[in-house]
Design a protein. Structure first.
Length: 313
């Protein structure tokens, strides 16, 4: 993978929190170009304000100038800390998630880095509407940082893999490529995780009259099949020096994956957000959607190769 251009969206007056340093440290290692990107939401009522007060005629221009000054101040602070990053700043107006996707395309960004935390959220793990829109509709990988993660170095990386069928093989390979690069750069341990369970157990008991022994045999074979698929995905990395642990978690992925991630002090999770059914780009996989508010670390979400953002179309 190559990461030569990162886009960091910041809301007007949003502080550059400590969580961003994890991504900036990564960008500095890559000698990447980083664009600080602000979107001023253009509200419908702005057009009417000028009828009530002449002083509001230049409201949007004033806001834009203020945002530009804020971003330049951030760059002046960050440049000495990250000498190998080339910074620039862009301010635009519109609907934030749409402008972010367009901005990433226009700047040729490889990665969007966003802090989804807002003070008005009930907990630090509740992610905003714009972030979820980006996860659903951005064709560019999205790195959502966790505001409470102050450490710059990534020590533990989880690659969440779904080998339930063969339709996600290409996405799984993409997840592994990203995961190995991040783990290798940081000399981190990579945890290859797959959550599984015999979801058809009720059908087997009710409609097929299977007893406990038959179900146990079927479950064992299913687990062995999943394990062999994971091993097949790992074959291209047989000579990698990255420390890898393959973990099969038995249970409901929506619960068992977040529990595993939080209990093992994971720094970064890399996962796909594709849904097997529904309208591509507008629906995330149920597991991904549910997990977002449960895990307490940074997350990189990916779409399959060839995914086209409905925003750009």
């Amino acid at each position: 993978m190559t990461y030569r251009r990162l886009l960091i969206p910041l809301a007007p007056k949003q502080p550059l929190g400590s969580g961003f340093h994890q991504a900036l440290h990564f960008a500095n290692q890559k000698k990447a170009r980083v664009t600080l990107f602000a979107v001023i939401e253009k509200l419908a009522e702005m057009q009417d304000l000028s009828r009530y007060s002449v002083s509001t005629l230049n409201l949007l221009d004033n806001a834009t100038n203020q945002c530009e000054r804020e971003l330049k101040e951030h760059i002046e602070t960050l440049s000495p800390q990250y000498p190998d990053i080339e910074f620039d700043a862009v301010v635009t107006t519109g609907i934030p998630y749409i402008e972010i996707i367009k901005g990433a395309e226009k700047t040729g960004s490889d990665l969007i880095v966003i802090d989804a935390h807002r003070d008005h959220k009930e907990t630090a793990c509740q992610w905003g509407t714009s972030t979820r829109h980006l996860m659903r509709e951005s064709n560019i990988p999205l790195w959502t940082i966790h505001p409470l993660r102050e450490s710059r170095q990534i020590k533990k990386v989880v690659a969440a893999i779904d080998v339930t069928g063969t339709d996600l093989t290409e996405l799984n390979e993409q997840i592994l490529q990203h995961a190995f690069e991040f783990a290798s750069m940081n000399q981190a341990t990579l945890y290859l995780c797959h959550a599984w369970r015999l979801e058809s157990e009720g059908y087997l008991r009710e409609w097929n009259r299977c007893d406990d022994l038959e179900i146990a045999v079927i479950a064992k074979k299913l687990r062995e099949d999943r394990a062999s698929r994971l091993e097949a995905l790992m074959e291209p990395y047989a000579d990698s020096k990255t420390s890898v642990e393959i973990t099969m978690l038995e249970g409901d992925a929506k619960k068992i994956l977040p529990d595993y991630i939080n209990s093992h002090d994971i720094d970064l999770v890399i996962m796909g957000t594709v849904c097997r059914t529904g309208i591509a780009g507008f629906v995330m996989g149920n597991t991904a959607e549910y997990m977002l508010d449960k895990i307490q670390c940074s997350v990189i979400t990916l779409k399959p190769e060839g995914f086209k953002s409905p925003v750009l179309e």
